[in-house]
Design a binder for this molecule. Structure first.
Ligand SMILES: Cc1cc2nc3c(=O)[nH]c(=O)nc-3n(C[C@H](O)[C@H](O)[C@H](O)COP(=O)(O)OP(=O)(O)OC[C@H]3O[C@@H](n4cnc5c(N)ncnc54)[C@H](O)[C@@H]3O)c2cc1C
Length: 389
C-alpha cells in the first residue's frame, strides 16, 4: 500500500497546478467560482485547451488519444481541478463514458464515437436515473422495444447532468422488463438527440451550478440497433457497474479537494481574524475544529490514494473505493461547515469562497452511489473478505 504520494506524483501535482494557473481561462474560473451556469462554448474552449495539452480524456489509455495516466494521477488531477475552479464533470464525465465504450463497445462503435468525444463534436452524458429509480437502478421503467432495424424507446430520465447542453447520451433502459434477476433485462444505448427525444425541464439546485441538470423525455424515440453498446441485449447493468470503482475514486478525489480547500481557507482566516485581543486560531475551541479538519482531510487523501493505488495494481477494489468515497465526501461536508463556522458571518456571504464549498459538498455524498449505499457495499465486501465459514 502506498501511504503517501511518491516524488513523481508530487511533481505531477505541481505540473497540474501550474498548468491550471497558467491555462484555465479566468472567465471560466470566475464563472465556476461564482456558481454561474457555463455555456457550451466555454466547455468546448476548456476541452480544446486540455486536448492540446494531451489531457483531453484523463482516463483514457494512449492508444485512444488519452495521456495514459494511472488512477492515482487521475485523482490528483481531479482534486487540483476542483481547487483551481475548473469545470467539473469535464473532462472526467467524458472520460468515464469513453471507458465504457472502450471496454464494451464493438470495434465499429469505438471507431465511430470515441474520436468525437475528445473533440467534443459529441457531448456525452450519462442517462441512468429516473424519477422512480436512483439507487435501485434495476427498477427503472424506460424501455426499448425492437422494431426492424431500430429500437423504439419510451420513458423519462431525470437529474441528467448536461442534459440540456449535451448531445449524446449513454442511455440505460429495459429491453426485457420481465427478466429475472431484474438487472439482466437492462441494456445501454448510444442515444443522440433527435425526434422523439426532448428535454422536459431544467432542475434548479443548491450547488454544482456550472452544469445544467435536466429531465429528459423519450416518446417513440428511434435509435438504430447498432447503437446498442456491445450489440447484445441484457448487459447494460454490468456495463454501467464496470465504471463504478473508478467513478467512486473520482468522487473521493473531489471530496479531498473540498475538504482540503475548506481547511486551507479556515487556516488562513483564523490567523487573520482577531477576537478578544488575539487571532481566533489561538482560541482552543477553534483549535479543536482545525485539528479535526486537518485530520479528516489527511485521512481522506490517504484513503483515496490507497483506493487508486489498488485500482492501478489491477486488484478488485470496491471495498477501498467505497471507503474512500464515503469518508472523503463526509469529510468534505464536515470540513465545509466547520470552515463556514470559523468564518462567522463572512462564511455566510457570497463574497467568500467557503460558501461555494459548502454548497458543493453534499453532492459528493449522493453521486456515484449514496453514502448509505456505500456503507452497504463496504459491509458486504468486508464480511466476504473476512468470512470464517
Ligand atoms: C446534481 C446531480 C447530478 C446528477 N447527475 C446524474 C447524471 O448525470 N446521470 C444520472 O443518471 N444520474 C444523475 N444524478 C442522480 C443520482 O445518481 C441519484 O440522485 C442517486 O443515485 C440517488 O438516487 P435518488 O436520488 O433516486 O435517491 P434514492 O435512491 O431514492 O434514495 C433516497 C434515500 O434512501 C437511501 N437508500 C436507498 N436505498 C437504500 C437501501 N437499500 N438501504 C439504505 N438506504 C437506502 C439513499 O441513500 C438516500 O438517502 C444526479 C443527481 C444530482 C443531485
Amino acid at each position: 500500500m502506498n501511504l503517501s504520494e511518491s516524488s513523481d506524483e508530487l511533481q505531477f501535482r505541481e505540473t497540474v497546478r501550474q498548468f491550471l494557473q497558467q491555462h484555465l481561462p479566468a472567465a471560466i474560473r470566475d464563472d465556476v467560482l461564482a456558481f454561474k451556469h457555463l455555456a457550451k462554448e466555454q466547455y468546448v474552449t476548456w476541452q480544446r485547451i486540455l486536448a492540446a495539452q494531451g489531457w483531453g480524456a484523463p482516463g483514457w489509455p494512449r492508444d485512444y488519444g488519452g495521456p495514459g495516466w494511472s488512477a492515482v494521477q487521475r485523482s490528483i488531477f481531479e482534486d487540483e481541478c476542483y481547487k483551481a475552479g475548473a469545470p467539473r464533470q469535464m473532462p472526467f464525465g467524458l472520460s468515464m463514458i469513453g471507458a465504457v465504450l472502450m471496454k464494451f463497445g464493438t470495434p465499429a462503435q469505438r471507431a465511430r464515437f470515441l474520436p468525437r468525444i475528445i473533440t467534443m463534436d459529441d457531448w456525452w452524458c450519462q442517462g441512468y436515473s429516473e424519477p422512480g429509480a436512483g439507487s435501485d437502478l434495476a427498477s427503472l421503467k424506460t424501455n426499448a422495444r425492437r422494431d426492424g432495424d431500430d429500437y423504439v424507446i419510451n420513458g423519462t430520465k431525470t437529474w441528467i447532468s448536461n442534459g440540456i447542453e449535451g448531445s449524446c447520451f449513454a442511455l440505460l433502459v429495459k429491453t426485457n422488463p420481465e427478466a429475472q434477476p431484474r438487472y439482466s433485462g437492462m441494456s445501454l444505448f448510444i442515444a443522440p438527440k433527435g425526434p422523439g427525444f426532448r428535454v422536459g425541464r431544467k432542475l434548479e439546485k443548491l450547488g454544482y451550478k456550472s452544469i445544467d441538470s435536466a429531465e429528459l423525455i423519450f416518446e417513440d424515440y428511434r435509435v438504430p440497433a447498432d447503437h446498442l453498446i456491445g450489440e447484445v441485449e441484457g448487459r447494460g447493468f454490468t456495463q454501467v457497474a464496470g465504471g463504478l470503482e473508478l467513478g467512486r475514486i473520482n468522487v473521493a478525489a473531489r471530496g479531498v479537494g473540498i475538504a482540503e480547500g475548506a481547511l486551507r481557507l479556515a487556516t488562513s482566516y483564523s490567523q487573520l481574524r482577531k477576537t478578544f485581543g488575539k487571532p481566533i486560531c489561538e482560541h482552543q475551541a477553534i483549535q479543536l475544529k482545525l485539528a479535526d479538519m486537518a485530520t479528516r482531510a489527511r485521512a481522506a487523501r490517504l484513503l483515496t490514494l490507497d483506493a487508486a493505488d489498488a485500482f492501478d495494481r489491477g486488484e478488485r477494489c470496491d471495498l477501498e473505493a467505497g471507503m474512500a468515497k464515503y469518508f472523503s465526501s463526509e469529510a468534505a461536508l464536515e470540513n465545509s461547515i466547520e470552515s463556514m463556522r470559523i468564518h462567522g458571518a463572512y462564511g455566510y456571504s457570497k463574497e467568500y469562497d467557503i460558501e461555494r464549498l459548502y454548497r458543493d459538498a453534499p453532492l459528493t455524498c449522493i453521486g456515484e452511489g449514496t453514502n448509505e449505499m456505500q456503507r452497504i457495499v463496504i459491509a458486504r465486501q468486508w464480511v466476504k473478505r473476512n468470512a470464517i465459514l
